[in-house]
Design a protein around this ligand. Structure first.
Ligand code: DAH
Length: 335
């Protein structure tokens, strides 16, 4: 076999190769264990002794150049898409294809962290409770009677009871944590409880079957409505800016008396001011304190519950709550 012919034919063949399969066939044909180079090296025995040295040198040179050409081709093919039609190779990579991009906290979590910090400065620590609750903590101890419409099966996620015992449900409000905390600790109690709550609402731009609330509770001797309003006002100013306007509207919640809803004045897209409700609040109903063994003659308290998604959507101009939960990384990495 003529070695220089072998090199020549390999070069011709290699330059015409377009697919990884053809490249692999090339490798097998020339560089494989039974390939042409191996065959050429087996032939050395038939070469006259005085020509063997030159033959061997030529063969080694051929091996080197064919291997190098093969490696070079392999590299080139790895960096060029197999099919170029319709692909813009100058387009920047998509971020979700980049395995090393550092993550960010979800904007809901960022907001909860910020609120935790803020209420922390007012002396509130963070409390936690289960998302899988019983009716005592979600309703009864919160002074919500059995026939109250909020307890209707169609308005709650009750769990199928397989083993008997008290019915269980996904908590519909973080107010359940008020009870969890008061059962375990004596006043003074000053906590916030951020977390998920669940209601079987039909999902649309402003409703979701799961959302987040941030509950607040302060029980001590001599707590009054002034403390409540001051606390909410301080929060609103720290969070939305010192010039923010708040208002309290009389309302009703079974676990507070008196109760109020609090609004913040925002400027809408059309430049018009609009009151936006941020949550409910009130003075802890004496029945709630009694339910957890705290003497309402000695102690009083206030409570409030904020809707976290509302705050996030307001602040960032998000029009559709579903954007927060669809986990599209292009949306989430904006925050
Ligand atoms: N739990 C109420 C709700 O989900 C919100 C709320 C209202 C919480 C008044 C409170 C409160 O702590 O005092 O609608």
């Amino acid at each position: 076999m003529d070695i220089s012919e072998l090199v020549g034919s390999s070069e011709a063949q290699l330059s015409g190769i377009k697919s990884p399969e053809d490249l692999e066939n090339f490798r097998i044909k020339y560089l494989g264990t039974k390939g042409l180079l191996k065959q050429a090296s087996d032939q050395i025995k038939q070469i006259p002794v005085d020509q063997r040295r030159a033959y061997g040198q030529a063969l080694n040179g051929a091996k080197e150049s064919i291997s190098a050409a093969y490696q070079q081709k392999k590299l080139e093919m790895a960096s060029v898409p197999a099919v170029l039609t319709g692909i813009d190779v100058t387009e920047p990579g998509r971020i979700h294809c980049d395995p090393y991009r550092p993550g960010t906290l979800h904007v809901i979590q960022q907001t909860i962290d910020e609120l935790t910090d803020l209420f922390g400065q007012m002396g509130f620590s963070v409390a936690d409770g289960p998302e899988l609750e019983d009716e005592f903590h979600n309703f009864e101890a919160l002074n919500v009677p059995t026939d109250h419409p909020a307890r209707h099966p169609l308005d709650n996620f009750y769990l199928e009871q397989l083993t008997g015992g008290a019915p269980r449900m996904l908590r519909s409000q973080t107010s359940s944590v008020q009870i969890r905390v008061l059962e375990k600790s004596k006043p003074p109690v000053r906590i916030i409880a951020p977390g998920r709550v669940y209601r079987p609402d039909t999902v649309d731009a402003t409703h979701s079957f799961m959302f987040h609330q941030l509950e607040g509770l302060y029980v001590d001797r001599g707590v009054t409505m002034i403390d409540l309003k001051t606390c909410i006002d301080q929060f609103a100013r720290a969070f939305f800016g010192a010039s923010v306007k708040t208002r309290f509207r009389p309302s009703f919640f079974p676990f507070t008396e008196p109760s109020a809803e609090f609004d913040v004045l925002f400027t809408g897209d059309n430049g018009q001011n609009r009151w936006i409700e941020l949550g409910g609040c009130g003075m802890v109903d004496p029945n709630v304190l009694t339910a957890v063994g705290i003497d309402p003659e000695m102690y009083s308290g206030f409570a409030f519950g904020l809707g976290v998604e509302r705050i996030v959507m307001r602040r960032h101009g998000i029009a559709d709550i579903r954007d927060l939960f669809e986990n599209d990384i292009r949306f989430l990495t904006q925050f």
